[in-house]
Design a protein around this ligand. Structure first.
Ligand SMILES: [Zn+2]
Ligand SMILES: [Zn+2]
Ligand SMILES: [Zn+2]
Length: 106
């Protein structure tokens, strides 16, 4: 069974960002992806699936990937807003009480 080798960068968040892919040929004549497989073969018994790609980190990044960094930034922003609301005692989920509203008479 052939598989791809993906070279890439391993981030601190655990995400793997592929940078280049290389096909590893299993050289089996019964694998549709192999160069040893005869192009004229119509057998249904041959492997028509590739194996799971193998991820090879050629670089290790000490920071989160852009996606996770953005998510984290967004979360930090929301947490800061929540803290501000908590400090004020007026969470935005409950409508602010109407104060100082007087009805006109006459
Ligand atoms: Zn193969
Ligand atoms: Zn075949
Ligand atoms: Zn990530």
């Amino acid at each position: 069974m052939c598989y791809n080798i993906v070279y890439g960068r391993q981030h601190k968040c655990g995400c793997f960002i592929g940078m280049s892919t290389e096909k590893r040929d299993c050289n089996s004549p019964h694998c549709l992806f192999s160069t040893s497989h005869p192009p004229t073969c119509r057998s249904r018994g041959c492997d028509s699936m590739m194996n799971v790609p193998k991820q090879v980190p050629i670089r290790v990044s000490p920071i989160n990937c852009p996606d996770c960094a953005r998510d984290k930034g967004e979360r930090a922003r929301i947490n800061a807003l929540k803290d501000a609301w908590r400090a004020k005692g007026t969470p935005p989920s409950t409508p602010a009480p109407a104060q100082g509203v007087q009805s006109w008479s006459g």
